[in-house]
Write a protein that binds this ligand. Structure first.
Ligand code: GTP
Length: 598
C-alpha cells in the first residue's frame, strides 16, 4: 500500500503561542469535527490541562484534507506537550512524524521553549514549517519575528506563514504547506510489521490502549503481536485511528498513526518508545530510540493522617496507570510514618501529581524536600544511584559524587543580564553562551545543577525580570561535585526527615536556615535543646531552644482536683500527637511547617 498521500506532523511551540488553538482550527477546516462539536481547545482533554492551560498528554488525530491539487490527503496531527518536563513525550511524538509546524507568537517573538522544541525536531531531521501566529494582535510584529527566524533559528524568512489561529487566518496556507513540504512516510519494503508505541493509556472499560505509529507492515485484529522490550506476545483485539474520537479500522498500514488494543493488563506493559512487531514474522531489530523514561526528581509523599495510607496507595496506583513516568514505592520515616518515595520527570510533573491527589482523590498529603538522583562511586569501585539522602554511604566510603546538570536557555530583556548572571552564579551555574536576539533581548545559555533550579529558580528569574524572562532546560549529563550529606541533630538525635544532600559550600547557609526554622517550630522542652546541622560529624550551624518548665496546673490552687485532672489529660493527649526523638518530642505540625515552607 502506498504512503504517498499520508503526512504525519506535529505542532511545536513555546507555551501559550497558540498550538492548541491551531490544532482545533485545523480540525475544523478539514471538517474532522463540526463547529457544533467544537469546544474551546478540544484537544486538551484533562481538566487540569484546561485549568493550567497546558497540554500534558499527546493526542493524535487523523484528518482528510482535499488540497488545491484536487487530491485528498491523510494528515495525522500529533499534539505535543509544551513543557520541558514532558520533553520526552515531545521527542517520542516527533519521532512518529516527518514534519513539524513551529509556531511563534508574532507579538512575543522567539522564546526559550521555541528553541528547545526546535532542537528536538531538528534532531529527528523533521521538515520545519514556521508559522507566525497571532497576527491579529496590534502588538504583532511579523517583520521582526521573520528576522528572528533567520538570525536565531537559521530558518529562511520566506518560509514563514503569517496566521491567526484565533481568527482562522492562514489555515489553508498551513495545510497546503504540510502537503507540499512534509515528505510522505518512507515504507520499508520487507513488509514486516514495525510500529512504535508513542503513548499508552489505561481505560477502565477497554484496558490498555497503545498509541502507535506504523513504520512498515500492517496491524489487523486477531493478529499476534510482540513487544520488543518485554518479549511478551498479545492478540490484537481492535485497531483504529483518532478522528479525534477512536474510530475502528480493519487495519493500520505503514505511515498510519492510530491505536491498538490488545489483551494487556497494565499500561507499563506497553512502554513508551517500544517497538511492536508481528510475533510469527517479527522484524529483527527494534526501531531506534527505545529508552525507559527516567524520573529525574524524587520526593517523599506522606498522608497527613496516617490512616489514609492505604487510600493514598490506591490513588497513586490509579494515577500511575495513565502516567508511566510517575513512580512510587513504600518508604517509612520515623517522623512522618508510612508513605511513599515518588519519582517525577520534573517539578511541574511533581506539582501536577500532588494536585491531582488532592483534587481527584481528596488526599491531604505532605511532601518532603525534592531531591535529584546522584551517581556515586564508592572507594571500592562500586557504582550507586542515590535518590534519597538516607542511602548515601558514609563520607569516607565515597570516592566521587556526580550530580545531574541541565543546559538552561534563558531569554531576557538585555537590562537584566547582570541580575540573571549573579543568580546563575549563586546557583553554582556557568554561563556558556550569550546571543543577541533583537535590539532589546538576549538569550543566555547556562549550565546549572538540576538540584539548584528545582525550587525557586524560575520564580526568581521571573520576578527579577518583571515577568519578561522565559526559560527552558534540557538534561546534559552528570558532573562531579562536592556534595555532602547534611544531617539535622535535635538534642543529639539525627532526624532523617530533615537530612539533605547539599553542596559543601552551601551546607552552612542551608544548615543555618533550617536550624533557624526548626527553632521556631519545635516547642520548648524542660531542658535546653540543641539543634545542629552536621556534615560528616562536624557541626556547621547550630541553634538552641532554652528550657522551660510548663506547669499546666500551676494556676489551679486549692483543691479543684477534677479541673487539674482534665488539664493533665489534655496535656497527655497533646503528647500523643508528638513524635519522640531521643528526649525531645516534636509535634507533627512542626514537620509539616518546615517541609511545606520549602
Ligand atoms: N489574539 C490571538 N490569540 C490567540 C491566537 N492563537 C491563540 N491565541 C490565544 O493564546 C492563548 C494560548 O493559546 P493555546 O492554543 O492554549 O496555546 P498552546 O500553545 O496550546 O499552549 P500549551 O498547550 O500550554 O502549550 C489562548 O488564550 C488563545 O486564545 C491568535 O491567533 N490570536
Amino acid at each position: 500500500m502506498s504512503t504517498e498521500l499520508t503526512r504525519n506532523f506535529s505542532i511545536i511551540a513555546h507555551i501559550d503561542h497558540g498550538k492548541t488553538t491551531l490544532s482545533d482550527r485545523l480540525l475544523e477546516y478539514t471538517q474532522t469535527i463540526t463547529e457544533r462539536q467544537q469546544q474551546d481547545q478540544l484537544l486538551d482533554a484533562m481538566d487540569l490541562e484546561r485549568e493550567k492551560g497546558i497540554t500534558i498528554k499527546s493526542h493524535p488525530v487523523a484528518m482528510k484534507y482535499k488540497a488545491k491539487d484536487g487530491i485528498t490527503y491523510s494528515l495525522n496531527l500529533l499534539d505535543t506537550p509544551g513543557h520541558v518536563d514532558f520533553s520526552y513525550e515531545v521527542a517520542r511524538s516527533l519521532a512518529a512524524c516527518e514534519g513539524a509546524i513551529l509556531m511563534i507568537d508574532a507579538a512575543q517573538g522567539v522564546e526559550a521553549q521555541t528553541m528547545a522544541n526546535l532542537h528536538l525536531a531538528m534532531e529527528q531531521n523533521l521538515t520545519i514549517i514556521p508559522v507566525l501566529n497571532k497576527i491579529d494582535l496590534p502588538a504583532a510584529d511579523v517583520e521582526k519575528s521573520k528576522q528572528q527566524l533567520e538570525d536565531i533559528l537559521a530558518i529562511p524568512a520566506e518560509e514563514a506563514i503569517p496566521a491567526s489561529a484565533k481568527n482562522g487566518i492562514g489555515i489553508e496556507d498551513i495545510l497546503e504547506a504540510v502537503v507540499a513540504r512534509v515528505p510522505p512516510p518512507v515504507d520499508n519494503d520487507d513488509n514486516l510489521l514495525r510500529a512504535s508505541v508513542f503513548d499508552s493509556i489505561y481505560d477502565a472499560f477497554r484496558g490498555v490502549i497503545s498509541y502507535v505509529r506504523v513504520f512498515s507492515g500492517t496491524i489487523k485484529p486477531r493478529q499476534r503481536i510482540k513487544l520488543f522490550a518485554t518479549d511478551k506476545t498479545y492478540e490484537v483485539k481492535e485497531c483504529g485511528v483518532f478522528t479525534p474520537k477512536m474510530t475502528k479500522r480493519d487495519e493500520l498500514i505503514a505511515g498510519d498513526v492510530g491505536y491498538v488494543i490488545a489483551n494487556m493488563k497494565s499500561a507499563d506493559e506497553a512502554k513508551i518508545g517500544d517497538t511492536l512487531t508481528d510475533s510469527t514474522h517479527p522484524c529483527l531489530e527494534a526501531l531506534p530510540g527505545y529508552k525507559e523514561i527516567q524520573p529525574m526528581v524524587f520526593s517523599g509523599i506522606y498522608p497527613v493522617d496516617s490512616s489514609d495510607y492505604e487510600n493514598l496507595k490506591t490513588a497513586m496506583g490509579k494515577l500511575q496507570i495513565n502516567d508511566a513516568a510517575f513512580t512510587f514505592m513504600s518508604e517509612s520515616s520515623s517522623a512522618l510514618g508510612f508513605g511513599f518515595r515518588c519519582g517525577f520527570l520534573g517539578l511541574l510533573h511533581m506539582e501536577i501529581i500532588q494536585e491531582r491527589l488532592r483534587r481527584e482523590f481528596n488526599m491531604d498529603v505532605i511532601s518532603t524536600y525534592p531531591s535529584v538522583i546522584y551517581e556515586v562511586t564508592r572507594t571500592n569501585g562500586e557504582e550507586l544511584i542515590v535518590d534519597n539522602p538516607s542511602f548515601l554511604p558514609e563520607a569516607q566510603e565515597i570516592e566521587e559524587i556526580r550530580e545531574p546538570m541541565v543546559r538552561t536557555f534563558i531569554m531576557v530583556p538585555s537590562e537584566y543580564i547582570g541580575d540573571i548572571m549573579s543568580l546563575v552564579m549563586e546557583k553554582r551555574g556557568e554561563l556558556t553562551h550569550t546571543e543577541t536576539i533583537d535590539d532589546t533581548r538576549v538569550m543566555l545559555t547556562c549550565e546549572l545543577p538540576l538540584a539548584e533550579i528545582l525550587v525557586d529558580f524560575n520564580d526568581r528569574m521571573k520576578s527579577m525580570t518583571r515577568g519578561y524572562g522565559s526559560m527552558d532546560y534540557e538534561h546534559c549529563g552528570y558532573r562531579a561535585a562536592k556534595m555532602v550529606k547534611m544531617d539535622m541533630l535535635i538534642a543529639q538525635e539525627p532526624v532523617e526527615a530533615f537530612s539533605t544532600i547539599v553542596h559543601r559550600d552551601k551546607a552552612e547557609t542551608y544548615g543555618r536556615q533550617l536550624a533557624n526554622k526548626l527553632k521556631d517550630v519545635i516547642p520548648q522542652q524542660l531542658f535546653v535543646v540543641a539543634i545542629q546541622a552536621c556534615v560528616g560529624g562536624k557541626i556547621v550551624a547550630a541553634e538552641r531552644i532554652s528550657a522551660m518548665r510548663k506547669n499546666v496546673t500551676a494556676k489551679c490552687y486549692g483543691g479543684d482536683i477534677s479541673r487539674k485532672r482534665k488539664l493533665l489529660e489534655k496535656q497527655k493527649k497533646g503528647k500523643e500527637k508528638m513524635k519522640q526523638f531521643g528526649k525531645v518530642s516534636i509535634p507533627q505540625e512542626a514537620f509539616i511547617k518546615v517541609l511545606k515552607n520549602d
